[in-house]
Design a protein around this ligand. Structure first.
Ligand code: PFF
Length: 451
């Protein structure tokens, strides 16, 4: 594949970090930290990321770069005549499903960004602000429009291709995201009473960290680092052969964890400062945070407007960088397997993801009565992809690298044919983890979650 586009050396790290940093970091991480004991959860999360997620991430990256093709085609070409290619197909399906409902939440964030810009959630009664989210998400047209806009912008970036689209966008947005989140953290830490939130985050409360908390830490780390649905594999297939997979992966992990932790230091001090409870669950960002801005607006309306718009803008950009990675998994697959042009593949993926996303969006309103195995449409897509697709495909990628690929080939990719110095010793640890430790751990967590 001589004409395959390749990311620049820094750009691949930005693109992978972009895939990793998303709604999971700003919307999900802070509220589960709130539910499961602050720093105690963060410690377990970091351990899970280092010893379980990182090796899986590296495995996916090895498959992608070795094959130089995207998910289905990569597994097909590395194991001709076997059934492994189906793992690729399931991973692509996972990416597709996530991209559909993710776009709905991305749309909500964009909607809130506009609302913040228009009036900064100002209200004579801050409590009433928390009802905005329910009213918006259960309506028909507004969330659909937001979903369309969010998905449309994402696919436009993907149509432009690796260099002109994804690389350019990631190189601007990742530094921007870090600047924004640090500014937000400073603002949050300056709020009266923010200290309690900081203490909450720094003092580990291990009593709240149940077995469920531990499996939640692992699940969050999978979702956050984006492995298991071919995004890492696909981006890595555009990685230069001279680049170190190990250091690229470690940098992605560091950026992702750092961003999630800083986001917690944005959200928690603000939550404590407003006298709210840290364990508000998924409503934290869309209900509690607007309430905080509304309260701020009663004292300093202009500041509240700027800060709230910036906050939701940060979420939108973070969500976009993730969304494009999932769309690229699907688009590149159609381009390589079906020989479609990038434009045609992008239009097809847009239409399909729009339809599934629209059903997810409507499942909060007119379709809220539809229940599939006890789940709403949105809930089903979320559960299916996060609990089943991501977990089982991660297991599949680990087993593929640990047991199916030739060890020599794996080592060649890991050490760039022996040219990378410290990689040899680290390789043995990686290989041991991926072969013997990670598969049973994933199975254990999978069955614990089922029960
Ligand atoms: N890592 C993203 C987040 O934390 O929001 C979610 C995600 C992106 C999952 C890309 C899977 C993926 F392929």
């Amino acid at each position: 594949m001589a004409d395959r586009e390749r990311f620049g050396k820094l750009a691949i790290i930005m693109a992978l970090a972009g895939s990793a940093i998303g709604l999971g970091n700003i919307w999900r991480f802070p509220y589960i930290v709130g539910e499961y004991g602050g720093a105690a959860f963060i410690i377990v999360y970091l351990l899970c990321s280092l010893f379980i997620s990182l090796p899986i991430f590296i495995s996916e990256s090895i498959i992608g770069r070795r094959a130089g093709q995207s998910t289905y085609c990569a597994l097909h070409s590395l194991s001709r005549g076997t059934k492994w290619k189906w793992l690729g197909l399931v991973a692509v399906a996972g990416a597709f499903i996530i991209s559909s409902f993710y776009s709905v939440v991305g749309g909500w964030s964009a909607d809130f960004m506009l609302r913040a810009g228009i009036n900064g959630f100002s209200s004579s009664n801050p409590e009433s602000v928390s009802t905005i989210f329910t009213a918006m998400s259960t309506s028909v047209w507004e969330p659909l429009l937001a979903h369309t806009a969010f998905l449309g912008i994402s696919i436009l970036i993907v149509v432009l291709g690796i260099k002109n689209g994804i690389e350019r966008f990631s190189k601007i947005s990742i530094p921007l995201l870090f600047v924004l989140i640090v500014v937000m953290m400073v603002v949050s830490l300056l709020l009266p009473g923010a200290q309690d939130g900081v203490e909450y985050l720094l003092k580990p409360d291990f009593s709240k960290l149940s077995a469920k908390g531990i499996s939640c830490a692992l699940g969050q780390s999978f979702f956050s680092i984006s492995h298991g649905v071919g995004a890492v594999l696909t981006y890595s297939s555009y990685m230069k052969k001279s680049q170190s997979i190990l250091s690229t992966s470690v940098w992605t992990l560091i950026f992702d964890a750092l961003f999630a932790i800083i986001a917690s230091f944005v959200v928690m001090p603000a939550v404590f400062s407003a006298g709210l409870k840290p364990g508000a669950g998924p409503a934290l960002v869309f209900e509690s945070i607007p309430f905080i801005f509304a309260k701020m607006g009663t004292v300093a309306p202009f500041t509240a407007r700027i800060v709230s718009t910036t906050f939701f803008f940060t979420i939108v950009v973070a969500a976009l960088t993730s969304e494009i990675s999932m769309l690229e998994v699907c688009v590149s697959q159609l381009v390589e397997r079906m020989r479609y042009s990038r434009k045609k593949a992008s239009i097809l993926v847009f239409v399909a993801a729009w339809i599934v996303g629209a059903l997810c969006s409507l499942s909060f309103g007119p379709l809220s009565g539809v229940s599939i195995f006890g789940n709403s449409i949105f809930g089903l897509c979320d559960r299916l992809s996060s609990n089943y697709f991501m977990t089982l495909c991660s297991l599949g990628f680990a087993v593929f690298v640990g047991w199916k690929m030739d060890r020599v080939q794996v080592k060649e990719e890991f050490t760039n044919n022996g040219t990378l110095k410290p990689s040899s010793a680290i390789f043995n640890v990686f290989y041991f983890l991926i072969k013997y430790i990670i598969p049973p751990v994933i199975l254990l967590i999978f069955f614990t979650n089922l029960m």
